[in-house]
Design a protein around this ligand. Structure first.
Ligand SMILES: [Zn+2]
Length: 77
């Protein structure tokens, strides 16, 4: 992933997404398409896009459901 990569930010959020199709963007009112290099340090990569939550899939549906419960929808973006 280079600094020139295009990422997506939901308006008003400090989390960015690698995929426009991310579930974290599904309820965003407005989505900004930006270059990763244009983001300030306060932006963090969405857990769904980073694969942190998908990693739970190999441990079965129960673990995945548990991880998703811990995920605050307002925090995804
Ligand atoms: Zn995402």
């Amino acid at each position: 992933m280079s600094d020139d990569d295009i990422i997506y930010v939901a308006a008003g959020c400090d989390r960015y997404h690698e995929s426009r199709e991310c579930q974290g963007l599904s309820h965003a009112r407005a989505i900004e398409k930006r270059a990763l290099s244009s983001l300030s340090d306060e932006f963090t990569l969405c857990e769904l896009c980073s694969g942190a939550y998908q990693a739970g899939l190999s441990d079965g549906a129960f673990v995945t459901a548990h991880l998703l419960e811990d995920l605050d929808p307002d925090d995804i973006g």
